[in-house]
Every structure is written in structure tokens, then in C-alpha cells.
Design a protein around this ligand. Sequence first.
Ligand code: COA
Ligand code: AMP
Length: 616
Amino acid sequence: MARYHEVYRRSLDDPGAFWREAAAGIDWHTPFTEVFAGERWFPGGELNTCYNALDRHLADRGGQAALIYDSPVTGTRRSYTYAELHDEVARTAGLLKSLGVRRGDTVVIYLPMVPEAVVAMLACARLGAVHSVVFGGFAAPELAARIEHARPKVVLSASCGLEPGRIVEYKPLLDAALAASAHRPEHCVILQRPQCEAAMGEGDLDWATAVAGAEPAGCEWVAATDPLYILYTSGTTGMPKGIVRDNGGHAVALHWSMAAVYDTGPGEVFWAASDVGWVVGHSYIVYAPLLAGCTTVLYEGKPVGTPDAGAFWRVAGEYGVKTLFTAPTAIRAIKKEDPNGDLVKDHGLRYLFLAGERLDPDTYHWASDLLGVPVIDHWWQTETGWPVAANCMGLEPLPPKPGSPTVPVPGYDVRVLDENGAECPPGVEGAIVVRLPLPPGTLPTLYRDHDRFESAYLARYPGYYLTGDGGHLDADGYLFVMGRTDDVINVAGHRLSTGAMEEVVATHPDVAECAVIGVADELKGQVPAGFVVLKSGTARPAAEIEAELVALVRERIGPVAAFRRVSVVARLPKTRSGKILRGTMRAIADGRTYRPPSTIEDPGVLAEIERALRSG
Ligand code: COA
Ligand code: AMP
């Protein structure tokens, strides 16, 4: 039997032995008593994730680069050895400790792509504190919702972030979020960046001064089942889901994935060109490469415009990157500016991994032809923390099929079910689910909302985890992920909730009702499109209201929502019982053949939606 199939079978037939073996890749302070019990991985075990990411490498690779920071937007490059990164992290942990942060306390991190973001996450892990990183492209109300739910003791932030052509002032956003939140952290520590200094308020601490005076702190041993972090992600409603990640399962799974999925080992350079605010950044900028003794690259900038569409290849070649991981949208952005690949130089890459959204075959072929290395689509989610389906380069490269992230990764028993819970035959589309238990590293619950965890993921098909994606398996066992079956969309690799956007649009005084759906976009993959019905008697010009709605979503959710398309319509398609037919609207938008449900109130409404979609 081929190696992938043999390893995959073993992972499902004897998960205890399989994951016990993988757990040997991690240093444990106290060995676990069981591999899996009571729905949790490695109970009884004690470890520290920061110890495994830094301290344990000091003897063998203290002088090796752990982190390379490359920031074309500030003209900065800096490399940190394992010893240097360890010292920074220990002192930052000491600062947090002096501010009263203890094991189990939460800390919100709201930082751009600067080394301090990585340091802050590891410093929390060192103390057994639970970090919650908030992506910089969100607006103040989104930050407020996360602060209110996570209840941090301390917030770590910066004066600003840098986006192409503009400075994003973080501190006023943080101040507005704190003013809107019912929870007040005890301290805010602010990193002053020279591009824009922030006005400090009472109780705010200057990062550089505070860290300089701090005593280094050692590692606190925590239970394998203790939370390492909370990462909020978009769900169906405005309130994001607080995905919880444990320490033990996460360290084991991520360490295992570096060799098995990414074929990248100690001393090699791994670059996830993403953002620490997303799960890809958590798993593959920060934790996995360091757990594996690799060098990780932290890139502050976009792949285009700053300085040019050849930036990715320059960075890859310069630092000897073996494995690059980014989103298909980033490759499409490069392709748009450099269609013939004139800027592709000696990149030296061995692999390009892509995830975050469906990899369209055009982009797959363009990148494969140009780079001459395996281009690997792989599929996973914030909830799982690491790949569910991939072509596992460290096990056995399988023949790629464009449009498919290949096969289930060992540990994941992936099935496709129909509406009644029966397995779909090969080629037939249904709901993609994973048979329980999920492997280590995946979410054990939602922070302070276990009921929502059960209702959102486990209730629909008892015994299975509902991924929220639809697709099919083919006769060779390859998975094809066709898209979300819920109100989640992926805009330029950013996960967003159309439900949350609808909640914002509905607050406009002239809006009677609305629907937001994801529509295909050549560059971003998907963008949101809103349809609104105005309150009767509203006499204001539609264009004016549409512009206000665009501004409102940007102000409440953030620029990252890229909410630019909104149309005033006379009516929305609904069933006779008043349910908005979002599925039918999505089918129209995708150009799929659709049959409106027999319960539709007035099929004539669909023509207007079609017109609005066509006019863009
Ligand atoms: N802080 C503040 N604003 C941000 C931000 C951040 N961290 N990230 C994005 N934004 C803003 C952008 O400046 C832009 O603002 P604008 O409307 O004023 O232009 C808006 O949000 C939309 O950003 P984006 O959709 O990212 O478009 P872009 O043209 O700036 O960049 C890509 C396009 C493809 C380069 C970029 O989206 C990208 O790299 N995506 C990959 C995401 C990813 O890594 N996902 C994880 C899976 S690997
Ligand atoms: P996130 O939680 O932000 O990582 O987004 C997860 C979602 O992105 C998944 O549920 C999918 O809808 C989508 N996604 C991620 N990777 C892929 C992929 N390789 N192919 C298709 N969709 C993907």
C-alpha cells in the first residue's frame, strides 16, 4: 500500500497509537495519562508551548535565525536568532507578569505585522495566559465586541499599521473600542511606531520603556487541555465565534504537520505570507515553524505595489525560503500586475501551498507553469487550526487534480453527507463533515459558549463535525470543496459574515429589509453584494443611501469587508412565509441553473435581482 494510504488508515484505525507517536515530537513536563479521553487530547499532560517553540531549541540552534522580519513598507529588515527571540519573549512575559497577568488570564493583541506581535503571542503562551489576536483591518466595533467577550486583563497594541498609501491609526480605534466596550482592561501597552506616534492616555504604557525595565519570566507549565488562545472568526450572526485552541493537541498536531504536510524541517525557512490576525498566521507564521525549529518569515506589506509584483519572489530567494504559503487571491493580484511573470527571479522555492479560499484552476496553472514547483491547494479552517485536506508532501506526493485540495489529511475522517445524513456516492455534492472525534489541535469548544459550539457544529449530523463547506469526494477519494453552505464568505482570503453585514445595513434608518450575499470576483474570489428595500415613503435618491451603506459597513465592520456593491431594489425574493431566498440569490449570482422553490411568493422578483447583479 502506498505510504499516504497506509498512514491515513493507521491514523483512523488506531488514533491512540498514531498520536502517541506524534506526541513524541513535543517536550512534556508531565507525560499525559491518556492520548484521548473525555473529548480532550492528552489529558494529564503538562507542557508549555513557548518552551517547545523557543527554549528547547536554544542548545542546538540558539544562533539560528528564528524570525526574519521584512517590511518593505517601512524599509526595515531584521533577523532574530532563537536566543534573541527567546530573550525578547521572556522580557515581554516578565512585563505582562508585572502587570498581573497570570495563567488563564486573557490578553488581547491588536497589532500590525511587526515582530512584537509574534513576541506578544509567545509571551502569553510562556505565562499560560490566553491570547486573542484581533486582525488590524477590523473597525472599532468589531474590536469592542472581541474585548467585551474575551475580557482581557491587558491589551497590547501599536500606534499604527501601514497599508498601501495610508497609515492606519490603531490607537484611536482602540480608544473608540474601549469606550464602546463594557469591559475595561487594567492596562494598555502601546508600541510607538515612528510613522505615527499615538497620544497616550492615563494608564497607557509605552511598550519599549516597559519591556526595557522588565525582568525575564520563565515558562509556566500548563495542562495540555488548557487554552493557548482564542481566535474570533465569522459565523452566521454578527457575534463572532471564539474558537478555543488547547496547548497539547495544538503543539502535537502542528509539529506533525510541518513534516508530514509541508515537508519542512529544522533549519529550513518557512514563509506564510498571511497576517498574524488570521489562523494561518497563528499556526504557520508563529507556532508550527518554531515548534519545528525552522526559520519563519514575517512580511509586512502586500505582494503588489510595495515595492512591486516581484516582491514575493525577491523575499523567497533572498532568505532561502523552502516553503511559501499564501492565499490564491495574492497570486491573482501578482498575476494581474505581472501576467507574463517577468518579475519572477530565482525564487529557490521548493513548494507553494495555497489555502483560504478555493484555488481556481487558472491560478493553479499560472503559478505551476511559472514557478516550476509543486503548487499545493489545501483546505482547512480557523476551527481546525491545521489542514483537513492536502497533498501531503512529507508522506507521499499524489498526482494533483486542479480544483481539488487532494485528499483528507491523516487524522481527519472526511465524509460527504446528503440532507438526510446518508453518505453521498462519489461525485455527488453534499455537506462536508468530519467524523468525530476530530484530531488533536482542532477546537474543543467555543469560548464561553459551549452551547453554540454544539448547535453550530455538532447538532446537524450527530457524530460528525459540520464544516460549513459543501463539495464532493471523487472515485479516487479526492475532495472537491465547492464553497460555503452558510452565511460565511471569503473576500480576498478574509473570512467574513454576510449575516454580520446585514445586521449593520439594517440599522440604516431608511432600510426596511436587506440581504447580503457573496458574488464571484476575479481578484478577491468573492465580494459581498447587498440588496436593500427602502422603507415606504423614503424619497431620498437611492445612490445617496447606497453610498451611506458602503460607508456604514466600512465604519462598523472595517475596510477588510470590501463592501462596495449595494443596490436598492423594490422587493426581495421570499417564500410565502416570508423567508428571504438567499440560496436562490446566490445561485443567480453564480450563474448556476436554479429552480425557484415552489413556495416562492413572486417569481417575478428574481428578474430584478438578476438585473442588479448584472449591472454590478
Ligand atoms: N489593517 C488595516 N486595514 C487593512 C488591513 C489591516 N491589517 N488589511 C486590509 N486592510 C484594508 C486595505 O487597506 C483595504 O482598504 P481600502 O478599501 O482603503 O483599499 C481593504 O482593507 C481591503 O483589503 P484587501 O481585501 O486585503 O485588499 P488589498 O488590495 O489591500 O490586498 C491582497 C489584496 C490579495 C494582496 C490581500 O488581500 C491579501 O494578501 N490577502 C491574503 C489574505 C490571507 O493571507 N488570508 C489567509 C489565508 S492564507
Ligand atoms: P478561515 O476560517 O478563515 O480559514 O476560512 C475557512 C474557510 O475558507 C473554509 O471553510 C472554506 O470555505 C474556505 N477555504 C479555505 N481553504 C480552502 C480551499 N483550499 N479550497 C476551498 N475553500 C477553502
